[in-house]
Design a protein around this ligand. Structure first.
Ligand code: SF4
Length: 260
């Protein structure tokens, strides 16, 4: 399959339907994926085997690369909407994540004070105080949960930790007092002989229960959009995405769906 591994720390800006003009920041290793999930739909492909090449870029390397890029954009009078942490895996796994966020806030305030900072996270590190406090400092913490059912979640996200639990994710999300964005990928298909479907009424009601507990200010839902490492997954059509959007909206939540 074609994968989308980044070979640079700063990329874009690219146009994002939800975030506008978005400058990407990749703080995971170049050309390698490092993640605490191994999602069957991940556009970066399957996780790389652990190796010494898993070295993360340093805080200083990221700071320098971001500052250089923002200075260049300032000089060229380029405008954009979001500095977005996403890349070859889970950004909160970087051991200096909280310091990198502090650096980013400092540089942003100096050069583009109106630009928002966004982090796309899979929510697996919300048990760490330093990660939660860093995410609370930014405008857009976007936290993933694809199912409230552990069996379904294991099939879709394939968490790498034996101690992974949905309860940990939910209690991590609660710490934001509703000031976060929840993100869910909806899909159907088959992988390794397992039937996968997180779009049933029971599944969506399970997610709505999580929303009731954690009160996200916005929910973003997506269908598969690109090639996936698991080959037998189905992209949901507009009608199905609208049905899911309606269910969540009727439960009283602010939801936006891609692919509608
Ligand atoms: S959490 Fe994101 S980066 Fe990690 S495996 Fe899933 S889709 Fe890929």
């Amino acid at each position: 399959m074609a994968t989308f591994l980044r070979n640079e720390y700063i990329f874009g800006p690219i146009i994002s339907r939800r975030l506008g003009r978005s400058l990407g920041v990749n703080i995971t290793p170049l050309n390698r994926k490092v993640c605490s999930f191994n999602c069957i739909y991940c556009e970066c492909g399957w996780n790389a085997l652990a190796s010494s090449a898993n070295n993360f870029p340093t805080r200083e390397e990221i700071k320098l690369a971001l500052e250089d890029k923002l200075k260049e954009m300032k000089q060229e009078e380029q405008d954009f909407d979001s500095i977005t942490f996403s890349g070859n895996g889970e950004p909160t796994l970087h051991p200096d994540f909280h310091n990198i966020i502090d650096d980013t806030i400092e540089i942003r305030n100096k050069l583009f004070p109106n630009v928002k900072i966004t982090v796309l996270s899979n929510s697996t590190n919300l048990h760490k105080d330093s990660v939660v406090s860093a995410l609370k400092k930014i405008e857009n913490p976007i936290l993933k949960i694809d199912s409230a059912n552990i069996e379904t979640l294991r099939k879709i996200n394939q968490p790498t930790s034996k101690t992974f639990s949905i309860e940990k994710i939910v209690s991590g999300m609660k710490q934001f007092d509703g000031d976060f964005i929840m993100q869910t990928m909806f899909l159907k298909g088959e992988h390794n002989g397992n039937f996968i479907d997180n779009t049933s009424e029971e599944e969506v009601n399970g997610l709505i229960e999580v929303m009731r507990e954690t009160r996200p200010r916005l929910i973003m839902i997506y269908p598969i959009d690109r090639e996936t490492p698991a080959q037998s997954l189905v992209k949901l059509d507009k009608v199905e995405m609208l049905r899911l959007e309606n269910m969540i909206s009727k439960a009283g939540f602010n939801v936006v769906a891609s692919g509608t």
